[in-house]
Structures are given as structure tokens and as C-alpha cells.
Design a protein around this ligand. Structure first.
Ligand code: NAP
Length: 262
């Protein structure tokens, strides 16, 4: 269940990045340590995803468009920082170079997202639509394309796309679900696209695990703090998908209760 309708390159450490093939730390559960990049990792669900993966013994890169915010979060958590604006091809390419030079990547969490305009249909503009789609959809494409060469060198290549139940056709047509009560044309359409991108990438990249996570309605800046879940609850699905070690199904849509309809 979700209702996230919004209310209104340089590593921090000079040491080499670990990966499933070159890790220096082991997760508490005994699984192989991986190296994960979380886009939009400086706050909200991305930051909590980074914190939990670090706590589990993984190596984490926080990608953030703002260097000060990103570096501060990385320093607080003990993560690595890389400047990464998902709307900027050069920034994404530079981030991929930085992470490749530091040892590679096993898990890409495409988390960065914006709510976009909440104007009425009479006032929505093409520019409003392009802004949301550039970050939420093209951002996933840019980042995935840039990091595929690194993921292909991993023994456990994994992509987790952070989508939303608000982009689920099943959920928005189910009168018993809160998603059916939300009107946010651009944001919801962008998340439908993220979920379909996930399905299509899963078909195109059978050598990887590509899945979509619905956090559920979580209190973050995206919705002015109105979500009923904590960020820890909101990252259950993301963290679960990011820690499967390259195993399990691909092309699924998962919330914190398990596989969900989309
Ligand atoms: P948030 O607290 O607003 O965090 C969004 C993050 O994305 C921030 O770190 C932000 O960076 C970053 N970001 C935005 N544009 C970016 C860009 N061009 N390049 C790189 N980073 C960028 O929101 P959140 O709730 O944690 O959202 C995280 C993801 O969860 C989003 O994809 C959202 O759609 C999804 N989601 C959220 C909920 C919910 O209820 N909260 C539910 C379902 C899905 P700045 O600090 O620089 O702005």
C-alpha cells in the first residue's frame, strides 16, 4: 500500500571499493558483501537504504546531486560519496568512472525521484511533464546505461528501481486501496513508466536481477512528512531486493509485504 503523492565525483575515501568479488567486510547474515550505489542517497528513503546496507556490512556509495549534502550524509553514515545528478549525462558518466576506478559495483538502487508539479490538468504544461519524466524515468535510463558495464563485471549484478504503488494499474483501480484516491497525473505516470522499465530491463538483461520496489507511504520531504511509515519501514522492500546476492526472481514488483500486483 502506498500513497506517496507529494504534498504540494569523488569518493569520500581513497581506499578501493569492495565488491562481491573483492569485499573487505562481511554482512552480518553471512551473505557476500556487495558494493551498492544509491542515487538520491543524501536524504529520505535513499539515505536510510544506505544506512541499512552499511549496517549489514556492505559497501555503499551515496550518489547525490549536491556535493555538500551528499558528502555530509556519506560522512555521517560511513559511506562513500559520488556526485551524481540523474538529469545530467556528464555527471552520471563521471560517477560511473569514479566507481569503476574504485573497484566496481554489484547493486544499483535507482532511488532519486521528485514529485513534480501538482497543478490542475488545466494548468499542467509539457515542461512540467518533462521535468518529472527527466528525473524519475530518464534518470533511471541514464544511470542504468552508464552502470551496466560495471554491473556486468559483478558476480551478483542487481538493479532495484524505486517505484510506487501509485504507478500500479491494479492499485489505482482498486477502490479498497488508498492509491485509488490519489490524483497526481505526472508523478503517478512517471512511476508506471519506472515499473514498466523494470519489466523490460528484466527481459533484456536476463543475466541480472532487475526488480521494482514500492516503499509504501513514508514520511519524507517528498510528501511534506505526511507518510504514515517510518523510513525504516519504507526501505524494507528496497533493502530486501538489494541483498539477494544476485539470486531470486527478476522483473517483479515488490512491496514490504512481498510481490504486489502492477
Ligand atoms: P526525498 O526525501 O525527497 O528524497 C529524494 C532524493 O532524490 C533526494 O536525495 C534528492 O536530492 C534526490 N534527487 C532528486 N532529484 C535528483 C537528481 N536530479 N539527481 C540526483 N538526485 C536527485 O524523497 P523520498 O521519499 O526519499 O523518495 C525516494 C524515492 O522513493 C523516490 O523515487 C520516490 O518517488 C519514491 N517513493 C517515495 C514514497 C514515499 O512515500 N516517500 C513512496 C513510494 C515511492 P536533493 O536532496 O538534492 O533534492
Amino acid at each position: 500500500m502506498t500513497n506517496d503523492a507529494p504534498a504540494t565525483g569523488t569518493p569520500a575515501s581513497s581506499s578501493s571499493s569492495s565488491s562481491s568479488t573483492s569485499s573487505s567486510t562481511s554482512p552480518a547474515d553471512g551473505a557476500s558483501a556487495t558494493t551498492t550505489l544509491v542515487t538520491g542517497g543524501n536524504k529520505g528513503l535513499g539515505r536510510e537504504t544506505a544506512r541499512r546496507l552499511l549496517e549489514a556490512g556492505h559497501t555503499v556509495w551515496i550518489g547525490a546531486r549536491d556535493e555538500d549534502r551528499g558528502r555530509a550524509a556519506a560522512d555521517e553514515l560511513g559511506a562513500r560519496f559520488v556526485q551524481l545528478d540523474v538529469t545530467d549525462d556528464a555527471s552520471v558518466a563521471a560517477a560511473a568512472e569514479t566507481i569503476a576506478a574504485a573497484g566496481g559495483l554489484d547493486v544499483l538502487v535507482n532511488n532519486a525521484g521528485i514529485s513534480g508539479s501538482h497543478s490542475s490538468p488545466d494548468q499542467l504544461t509539457g515542461a512540467d511533464a518533462l521535468e518529472v519524466l527527466d528525473t524519475n524515468v530518464a534518470g533511471v535510463v541514464r544511470t542504468t546505461t552508464a552502470f551496466l558495464p560495471l554491473l556486468r563485471r559483478s558476480s551478483a549484478p542487481t538493479i532495484v528501481n524505486v517505484t510506487s504503488g501509485l504507478g500500479s494499474f491494479a492499485a489505482v483501480h482498486d477502490a479498497d486501496r488508498v492509491e485509488s484516491t490519489v490524483v497526481a497525473p505526472l508523478y503517478t505516470a512517471s512511476k508506471s513508466a519506472v515499473t514498466m522499465l523494470t519489466v523490460q530491463y528484466a527481459k533484456a538483461l536476463p543475466e541480472m536481477r532487475v526488480n521494482a520496489a514500492d516503499p509504501g507511504y513514508t514520511a519524507t520531504d517528498l510528501n511534506g512528512g505526511s507518510g504514515h511509515q517510518t523510513v525504516t519501514e519504507g526501505t524494507d522492500a528496497v533493502v530486501e531486493l538489494a541483498t539477494r546476492g544476485g539470486t531470486g526472481p527478476t522483473g517483479t514488483f515488490v512491496d514490504r509485504s512481498g510481490v504486489a500486483p502492477f
